[in-house]
Ligand binder design. Structure first.
Ligand SMILES: [Fe+2]
Length: 227
């Protein structure tokens, strides 16, 4: 470097407090897990509390926010419709906060082998977790989008407690109920679950995973044969 050259300034790390729209979205997750009904289930109530407390710690830590390269998938053609539907429903505040960051979302499959039909109809985007964009090992938060008529094959998550909250559209899990905006689906670790989606409209779900940090960091997803 010659004396005429300006030294390169140190790269400043974006942090949650400055990533305003991501921070608002994280707060929406917190409020969602505070307000949503537990239906009298002590297990679900304690999961909701665990998610809330994890988010509280993330907000307090003001972690780095590393925006990934935005990436789309065939299913993201249905995102606008999902957001339009969600704006009409009780999940509107969450959906609007999600809409604010939608150009920064990186959609992925998460599976090494993706069944052909599913590749057109499924994708998820993480909001917080070990890979970011909000970097944390406290919890994984994200959204999953299903195109109309999608069947998400049976899968389970080892050591991870999972919940989905329907933001728009309608889904069924294991043929055991129909979940519309504002409903929560709870999957304890190892529970096999298969999701089907209405033929007419896409479905958008928020999800949260709670597990020890080493499991959240090393998680890999695989489909399992239904028994
Ligand atoms: Fe799942």
């Amino acid at each position: 470097m010659t004396l005429d050259q300006e030294p390169t300034p140190p790269q400043t790390q974006l942090r949650l407090n400055d990533a305003v729209d991501m921070r608002y979205l994280l707060r929406e997750y917190y409020d969602l897990y505070r307000k949503i009904a537990s239906g009298g289930s002590t297990k679900i109530r304690s999961h909701q509390r665990a998610v809330r407390e994890a988010i509280g710690r993330v907000i307090k830590a003001n972690p780095p926010v590393v925006l990934r390269t935005p990436d789309r998938l065939p299913v993201t053609d249905h995102l606008r419709r999902s957001i339009d539907l969600g704006r009409k429903d009780q999940m509107v505040s969450m959906v609007r906060a999600l809409d604010a960051v939608r150009d920064d979302l990186s959609w992925e499959y998460g599976y090494e082998k993706i069944p052909k039909g599913l590749a057109q109809k499924y994708g998820y985007a993480e909001i917080a977790g070990p890979k970011g964009p909000i970097r944390t090992t406290e919890v994984i938060l994200g959204v999953v989008l299903f195109a109309p008529g999608c069947t998400y094959p049976a899968h389970a998550h080892n050591g991870i407690t999972e919940s989905y909250v329907c933001l728009s559209g309608a889904v069924s899990e294991n043929h055991q109920g129909v979940y519309t905006p504002g409903s929560m689906i709870f999957n304890p670790p190892e529970q096999l679950h298969r999701i089907t989606v209405s033929d007419i409209d896409p479905a958008l779900l928020a999800y949260a995973w709670i597990a020890p940090p080493e499991i959240l960091t090393s998680n890999t997803m695989n489909f399992r044969r239904s028994k």
